[in-house]
Design a protein around this ligand. Sequence first.
Ligand code: JFZ
Length: 401
Amino acid sequence: MGMPLKFGMFVHWGIYSLTGYHEQVRWRFFTPRSEYRKLMNSFNPTAFDPDEWVALAKNAGMEYICFTTKHHDGFCMFDTKYTDFNIMNTPYGRDILKELSDACRRGGLKLSLYYSNPDWDYKYGYNSKSSHQMPEPGDIEDIERLKEFQKNQIRELLTNYGDIYTFFWDIPTRIAAPSMNEFIRSLQPRILINDRGWGDRGDFSTPERSVPDGGKFERYTEACQSVGQQSWGYCRDEDYFTTRFLTSSIDKIRVKDGSYLLNVGPMPDGRIPERAADIIRRVGSWYNRVKESFDGEPCALLADRSLLTTRRGDTLYVHIPEGLVSSGLTLKPIDVRPKSVRLLNDGRELKYDIVTRPEDKDWTTQLLRRQTLHIFDVPADEFEKETMVLKLELDGEPIKI
Ligand code: JFZ
């Protein structure tokens, strides 16, 4: 059993978007705190329409949004009493998180909260045991005070915005403090917590920008990846990933019943960049067409080389995340014949047979030579831009031979 929700939209948004560079722009350029703070004075996302974000995510088959309430820069995208470095003190002056949580509720999406441990604005935020730290002269390392500060903000986050699906800590503190997750659970008992908090593995793992090896995930797993290679926050000159890359990355995680967060970085005016939105639409269109294949269990049948297989009863799904070099696909032998083979991407039926092909490799061992299931005329060129998934309906339970 994987996590309850399988596909979501990650959103990295803060005053750093004004620079059009990176969510950690302050660290990249060693910007002094007082100078970075000035960005706050020009943050006014008048084109922010959370219902549009929700519609984009929903149309893509996503079930939740994970939002950066506070990134490493310490700027809070919610109304907080515990620092003045927050959205209420910008020209915009409205609680973005409230507007987003209302939109999610209206649209039937769940909401998850990202919250950074590093806080480059808080005088007592420095943690010498952890990474991503940016202390300034005069800052004081005081972990007890930092925990109190975080608890105060977490109380706000988990009482003012309704039911929260997951709590996404970022950057492990490398200090064990079980009371932190206990506090979260005392406020929202059903919440799921990730593994980047206070020395606690939480409820789920969070591999990032990579696909772990191995079979089905042994614990709840939520992978995340951004639409571009350079940044999670808005990047003016982003190097956008190809649909082929993203669909195969999602496919490999979902086959193992992991969940997937695909990230966008909205612009300073509140709109999601058109290229990013387009990727969400294309990837989402693919996801909606092939997602039934992820309801199956991963299995070893048929799978060879880079192929992945999932199975639901008498139905096998063959995933081709690395694409094909020809229009033919030779699968391992199974002892039942498919009743039909379809390409899930567009639903077309494909020709297949159980045969020995002229170039099947076992020529030297004629006696052992087996017939294989061969699929003909796979439209590999037509679908080179997304991961293909075949649906094989079998005449009975498949057994490997
Ligand atoms: C962190 C942040 O530093 C980054 O800005 C972004 O918010 C991202 C989602 O999370 O970066 C990480 C965190 C964990 C890993 C790599 C980058 N990791 O586990 O490999």
